[in-house]
Every structure is written in structure tokens, then in C-alpha cells.
Design a protein around this ligand. Sequence first.
Ligand SMILES: *Cc1c(COP(=O)(O)O)cnc(C)c1O
Length: 363
Amino acid sequence: MAGSQRSGSEVHGGRLTVDLCALAANWRRLADAARGAECGAVIKADAYGTGIGRAGPALRAAGCRTFFVAHLSEGLSARAALPQARIYVLNGLPPGSAPAFAEADLRPVLGSLDELSDWAAFSQGRHAAALHVDTGMNRLGLSVPEALALTGDSRLDGAGIDLVMSHFVSAEQAADPVNARQIADFARVREALPTLKGSLANSSGIFLDGAGHDLVRPGYALFGGNPTPGTENPMRPVVRLEATIVQVRQVEKGMSVGYNGRWTAPGPRRLATLSLGYADGLPRALSGRGHALVGGVPCPILGLVSMDLIILDVTDAPAARRGASAVLIGDGLDVDAVGRAAGTIGYEILTGLGSRYVRDYGG
Ligand SMILES: *Cc1c(COP(=O)(O)O)cnc(C)c1O
């Protein structure tokens, strides 16, 4: 956290503030919504861009005991931050990696019969793992018939399988009939493997009926994303992104702005140049589409987002001046809205948050 010692004018770029209190409150909120199921936390992609070294311990202090990451390398970071926790690695067991998993006490989520056989042969019951069953994604996991045929298979004990899991295709679209099909298929798998605990729900899945099982796996909602799109966001915002105005300038009718002159002033305008760009994780797709808040006033992003700079129309924002802050995420401008403006989802905004920011951890 080299950044926390610096502040203000010395830092002329983006500032990311992560509210660890809100993160903990979101975990508790989801644990309540899980109604009796254990609430884990998915902290892949550096805890959705917030920093696993701070987010992990904050979640553990809130009561979380089970964590999920995507890769072995993330598992090692998670282990360093969370010496006591159960840590599962979602993306499976790469060939030859079993000793590295065991050494760091990481549990692979085995996603194919090959992985199951490998881990069982290595582990011989000494190291735990989870089994992933595919119910519709066709991405990772044994097929349902493969899973049903495992009843009584000695590899389950050999591989130390203590959890069977699957993953929703469209949990954030509650009315999609695929949800009910996946819930029913997963129930059949659990009946065939009755001694294993079960886990199905991601953030949005927690809000579907019949998806709780023994353990839920929220990620996005912990970090403030809306797990129930189309209805009010029950989560508290966690991430705030601000950047400094480098300079304010006046343009006249007909003058163009930025690379390739994609925006031309329709009349006299005040512009502010902000010290952050796509190299900081602010998507170039926000060119001409998003906005930032200056003194609470929404100010459109003009022209193309540059690598290190963007240009705002601050004609209606009297607070805009050299050294003032603009808010890119926060104050009601939430990650879901920024994602929509960029033609993507808030997940990509969060996980794209670059390493260039100064990060402050509040709360
Ligand atoms: C990323 C992921 C999650 C968390 O999903 P969110 O929608 O962020 O809550 C849960 N399970 C699996 C398998 C995942 O890959």
C-alpha cells in the first residue's frame, strides 16, 4: 500500500477508495439472505479489483470462512492474506499442479473426470477438494450423467471431495426458465451423492428460491454490484473512483476535442481534462458515452478516452477547476450504471480497475 502515504496534489491520477465497512456489511446482508446456508466469498481477480490483501481479511473479520479464487496464483495470494481460511480454486487442476495446491493448503474445484483421477491419485484422501458439475454453462464441470455415475466411486474419497457445486447460467434474470432446470438437475446430483455438501448460488442465485443449499458463493454483490437488476440494489457501494482535474479550458464553436476529433463543440464550452484514462481501467468504450460528477453535476465524457486522460464538458459545473476532483464511480453513479454506459457489465468495470490507482481503504 505504497499509495496510502501519499495524497492530494502529489497524486495527480485516479484515487480508488474501498469501503471495507460496506464490504463487511454486504457480506452480512448476503449471509442473512442465504437463510441458513453458509456464506462464502468469491475474491477472484484481486477481489474484483479491490485488493485481495485487504478485502480478504475484512471479509474474514466479518465472519466469512470459505473463499473462492479462479487461479492457483490467486490462491497463493489468498493464502498469504488468509492463513486460516478454506480456499477453493475454481478453474480446476492444471496438469502437474497438485503438489503446489497441497503445499499451500488450497482446494482445487475439480471440473472433469481427468482432474478427479489426478487429484485422487495424488491426494489419496489426505487433501480436500470440491467437485464441479455442469448444469448448463458447458464451460467447466462433469456432465450430470458423469456425476450421477460417481455414486460409490472410490475416487470421491481418494480425492477428499467434501463439496459438490454448480454454477448458474442466468441467475440475474430471475424469470429465465434455465434457473429451474439447473436447480432440478443439481438436486438430482445431490441425491446421488448425499454425503457431500452442496453449493449452487452466486450473488444473484442467493435471491432465487431453492438455490441456497449448504454454501453460497457471492462475488459481485459483496463489492456493491446489484444482484437483482431491475429492482433496487440491496447492496452498499464499496468502490469509489475519483480523479483530479488537470486543467480547465474554453473552446469555441467548431473546435474539436481529443484524438481523431470525435467531438466538435456546438458552441462555447468549458472543458476539464481529467488525469485518468483507459490505462487506468476506465474503458475506452466510454468514449462519448459516460459521465463523471463534478460538484455533483453530471458532466459528459467528450470524444475518445485517451490512455491517461479524458475530457469532460464542465460548462454546467461551477465547481470544476484545476485540482478539483471528479467522481467516476460513487455518489450514486454506481458500477452497474458505468458498465451500462460502456456497453458492458459492472463486473468488467470492477475487475478492470487498474493497478495504477492510489488505493485507500476506509471504513
Ligand atoms: C465468479 C463466480 C462466482 C461469483 O459470481 P458473482 O456473480 O460475482 O456473485 C460464483 N461461482 C463461480 C463458479 C464463479 O466463477
